[in-house]
Design a protein around this ligand. Structure first.
Ligand SMILES: [Zn+2]
Length: 259
């Protein structure tokens, strides 16, 4: 905290003075900047990484962890810690020079981002977003939302939806079959982080999903220009993309091609 690399922001994106309480809403602890050299297939990108976690969750998790540590030792703590909803902010370029930075708010997808699964286009979308931000004159930021797996239903349920999809349901029907919402992602922390890292600035948001723009607007990010972000279309995910298109994603027929 003394070095200023661990601090808190409120839901409006204001930095909270040490020892002071937030005026309203939940607070987010931020740790960074941490230099992170990224090697992505073709490109090398140096980003400043910030780890960000909502304090209510951090408190609850620490409390639970203390209980578990007393009873079962370190192993349970590791299990619990792996589920912590720690979001990441990656800054490319110098925020002091930004007038309309390029931004990607990326929902975590273990299978796509890490394993390279082609059932969705998340991996290529994340990498291409960083490359586009890097080659942009202004630069910008990528916010990686750790709790957004499977549009908010979590990895376990997402695995089940994959089986339902293979039995003929589309990605949204499969959620409903499990009694889960089509999309339960919470963008409030993403909005707070945007307000902190790009205060009052208009944004260029890399997404095909108008609902994501609306969600962020609801949390006070008013000036957003949507920038189309189509990449990673393959035979394996064409059906998935066409379900997204039916659901409201702005994809042209030529973007996803045909079967
Ligand atoms: Zn994915």
């Amino acid at each position: 905290m003394e070095q200023g690399v661990l601090f808190q922001i409120d839901c409006d994106g204001n930095r909270i003075e040490p020892g002071k309480a937030a005026l309203r809403g939940s607070t987010i602890s931020v740790l960074g900047p941490i230099p992170l050299p990224l090697d992505l297939c073709e490109a090398h990108i140096d980003v400043s990484w910030y780890a960000c976690v909502r304090n209510t969750e951090l408190g609850k998790i620490e409390e639970l962890a203390a209980d578990l540590r007393a009873q079962n030792g370190q192993q349970s703590f590791a299990t619990l810690a792996s589920y912590m909803a720690v979001n990441s902010v990656m800054i490319v370029g110098d925020p002091a020079t930004w007038t309309k930075p390029m931004v990607r708010v990326h929902s975590s997808c273990l299978t796509g981002d890490v394993f390279g699964s082609q059932r969705c286009e998340c991996g290529p979308q994340m990498r291409t977003a960083l490359e586009r931000i890097q080659s942009d004159d202004e630069g910008g930021m990528l916010i990686y939302m750790a709790g957004h797996e499977g549009r908010g239903i979590g990895l376990w349920a997402k695995a089940a939806t994959y089986l339902l999809q293979d039995a003929g349901e589309d990605t949204y029907q499969a959620n409903r079959s499990l009694g889960l919402p089509d999309d339960s992602r919470d963008f409030s922390d993403a909005a707070s982080l945007l307000k902190f890292f790009a205060p009052q600035l208009p944004l260029r948001l890399l997404t095909n999903n108008p609902k994501k723009v609306d969600d962020l607007k609801q949390f006070g990010i008013k000036d957003i220009t949507r920038v189309k972000h189509v990449t990673g279309v393959t035979d394996s995910n064409r059906r998935y993309l066409s379900a997204k298109q039916d659901w409201g994603h702005e994809l042209a027929p030529e973007d996803i091609g045909s079967d």
